[in-house]
Design a binder for this molecule. Sequence first.
Ligand code: SF4
Length: 501
Amino acid sequence: MKKEFKIPQRKPLMIDMGRIEEILQEIDLTGEPPQDEHVRQYYFIKKNRMLTDALKAERGRELTFHVNTFGCQMNAKDSEKLSGILLASGFTETEEEDADFVLFNTCTVRDNADQRVFGRLGRISHYKKRNKDMKIGICGCMMQEASNVEKIRKSYPFVDLIFGTHNLYRFAEYLCEILSGDQKVVQIWDKTDQVVEDLPSDRKFSFKAGVNISFGCNNFCTYCIVPYVRGRERSRDAREILQECEQLVRDGVSEIMLLGQNVNSYGHDLEDGISFPELLEEAARIPGLRRLRFMTPHPKDFSEELIQVIKRNPNVTRHIHLPLQSGSTRIIQRMNRHYTKEQYIALVDHIREEIPDAAITTDIIVGFPGETPQDVDDTIDVIRRAAFDNAFTFIYSIRRGTPAAGWEQVPEDQKKVQFDRVLKEVQESARRQSEKLQGKVMTGLVEEVNSQTEGYVTARLSNNMIVHVPGDASMIGSFYPIHLEECRGFYYFGTICEDRT
Ligand code: SF4
């Protein structure tokens, strides 16, 4: 039986199509592709339009796409760009995975993320059997590892497009190649020094947005694959960042998160660049920007200047995520993180003194090679002394290609025992910190309808805490004063206590 074509369902568009049309009008397709990367990619977007128009006419329907994102906020931000290019190229987004073009934007920070991608690829092959014209692409960090590319070429030959992190800005060009014929495209680069600005992007939310300030990382923590798959740190020009923030605010965004693998080393690679605290303060001064977040800072680069900028700008959110990873100086050194247990505690104490209403959260890895129960005692000591408001706790897993992968590993059963100890401490710390807010009234930005509790929406406070309040979808994107009534560990149930702020 012929499959009925479903009208694609999706969120409202958050892409400036008017501006894209203006740029496309200026593009001349009669000559060779331009050398300037920005103009070049719009050249291919315009070509894609012609190709998708022809395909739509031939099939008598819209062409759909689906981007499946794995991993961190940087990947989520990249997916907004990929979706933007697909929309500008004439596709329509759908929630369904049996779209005309499906793209997997992968993550390789943890081994199970790789396995999930392979599992999904296996499933999607069935859709391709039904729809021979379907195109499948895969990109992101996983593709920077040669063994993964090899595996896909051998075991998943139906994949049409493979590209990596350094050449993501060339996506429109690769898309053009696979739409033009049946050839496969595999393009993996080792590095790039390019930051291509102003390509189409389709934001996920109308009221909040992420803005990249830098790409890559120079730190080489011994467990981390990021510097190998994302390359050395490249900072964007401050003017470009600030203009993007200003435009977002003009578009109705009230919360911006500045994104980078190590945000507070921003600008070190720029001649005549400004520092991260200077950039943060400039962004905080943008009229109408009610909340400014940043993710992720490194403790070794957390300067006094940065603390003072946060302190004097109330729209910089009262949430500092400060990855600890381990509380043992010996393990921190083996991780190549460049601070000691004492320095970390002193930094937290100082932040708490200067910005008492800031929540401090962290990341902790348990079971790093060489870690003993005594090292975990140190981690627990830091959890107690830092009084973390919340923490993401991970069991160490080997990442091929990193130094720590070749070191003697902690037995799995021992990792699990120590992980449970750490998790218990983290949960108690989060509960103790959260309870301190009981009965307070704090401003929350409503982000979504609560999928667990009918008739409720979920708001986020400046300190990043989640509060569920009675409400409906009309409240999404607005700020409300919220009475924090019932602490549930690290989140609250509350009520709106007066008119909208
Ligand atoms: S700072 Fe360390 S953990 Fe963070 S991205 Fe860079 S290398 Fe990885």
